[in-house]
Design a protein around this ligand. Structure first.
Ligand SMILES: [Zn+2]
Ligand SMILES: [Zn+2]
Length: 356
């Protein structure tokens, strides 16, 4: 792969000083035969990125090149790459798994003990040009806009979580941020959920939850007394929400822990034991989840959808509440502090766009 440029690139660093820096880097690195050179087009900022910046992430501290929710244009491919071709739009699976351990070979690369995630344990995707192994790139179906595809990673978190409770029935979702809304979207698209109640403090997020198919959307403290569900997804995962979820789950039901607990926390174990309530974890996603989300993403308004039937997700771009060009990456991170923001993007000019 020899698409090397004399000109410098920029990358977005979450600095050790607590600030976001856009800094010049000498040149894009060369890739190997299985690698792809990408130009990011949109990058989503995740709550976990903000935790790294604020030094409240349990495992990662700055400085780190950020970026794991990315849709990118393929600029060059090594000779061994089969997943995509020059000019394609791709999303990247940022979970860099070993590919050879028994968990990876069982199709559960999210359980790979040696996996690292781009933007956390490895430098992220927030640079003008970035090299990634082709096996982590997924082609975006033709007609699906980049602004839709950039949501694949957070939607895959919800898709995987929904898959942890294959027969959800009556459902409670605690938390209506990007993850809770992604769980809701996955449940509605995959089917199997009955009446869905979602709890969320921010009115704008409650409105979106209603638009995305929740039957009942309430503020914390307004849960119907005696609510009983077959499945509860706790996307907050603090002691109080876990207790609420466990109390609401029927005997024989399932409690899925989706949120990232700040540390070890307590569960109402006596109730879980007596009533045979299953507690299940869910962590990240697999290539299969990413492929399923891509398959269900809606096409753009001016691209007739030629893909085979099946339920499409609704207009998920409603999750995007702000976007900033890469040179204003610091403003993009600052914007995430506003509770009304759901997904904030960092944008690059698309090299394939006619005016770029
Ligand atoms: Zn994310
Ligand atoms: Zn592995």
């Amino acid at each position: 792969m020899n698409d090397r440029h004399a000109s410098g690139d920029r990358q977005v660093i979450l600095g050790a000083d607590g600030a976001v820096h856009v800094e010049a880097v000498p040149a894009d690195p060369a890739g190997g035969p299985g690698d792809v050179l990408l130009a990011p087009v949109h990058l989503g900022i995740c709550g976990s990125d903000v935790h790294v910046l604020r030094r409240s992430h349990p495992f990662v501290s700055p400085p780190v090149v950020t970026g794991h929710e990315c849709v990118a244009r393929v600029l060059a491919t090594g000779p061994d790459v089969t997943s995509c071709a020059v000019g394609d739009l791709v999303v990247v699976n940022p979970l860099i798994s070993c590919g050879t351990c028994d968990r990876c070979r069982a199709g559960a690369a999210n359980q790979c003990a040696s996996a690292k995630v781009l933007g956390f344990g490895l430098p992220g995707l927030a640079r003008d040009r970035v090299v990634v192994a082709g096996r982590f790139c997924h082609r975006v179906p033709p007609g699906v806009p980049a602004r839709t595809a950039v949501l694949t990673e957070p939607l895959a978190v919800g898709w995987h979580a929904a898959g942890r409770a294959p027969r959800p029935g009556r459902t409670l979702i605690i938390g209506g941020g990007p993850v809770g809304l992604a769980v809701l979207l996955a449940l509605r698209t995959r089917g199997g959920a009955g009446h869905i109640t979602l709890v969320e403090p921010v009115p704008a997020k409650r409105a979106l939850a209603a638009a995305f198919g929740a039957d009942e959307v309430v503020a914390p403290g307004e849960l119907p007394s005696g609510l009983q569900v077959d499945t509860a997804f706790d996307c907050v995962a603090v002691a109080g929400t876990l207790a609420t979820a466990a109390t609401a789950t029927v005997p024989g039901g399932t409690l899925v822990v989706v949120g990232v607990p700040a540390g070890d926390t307590s569960l109402p174990l006596a109730r879980l034991q007596r009533w045979e309530i299953d507690v299940r974890g869910t962590g990240l996603y697999t290539d299969e989840d990413i492929a399923a989300v891509l398959e269900h993403l809606p096409s753009g308004p001016d691209a007739p959808d030629s893909r085979d039937g099946g339920d499409r997700l609704p207009d998920v771009t409603r999750l995007i509440t702000a976007a900033y060009p890469v040179e204003r990456a610091a403003d993009a991170f600052a914007a995430t502090g506003d509770p009304d923001q759901i997904k904030v993007l960092i944008d690059w000019p698309d090299p394939a766009a006619p005016d770029a």
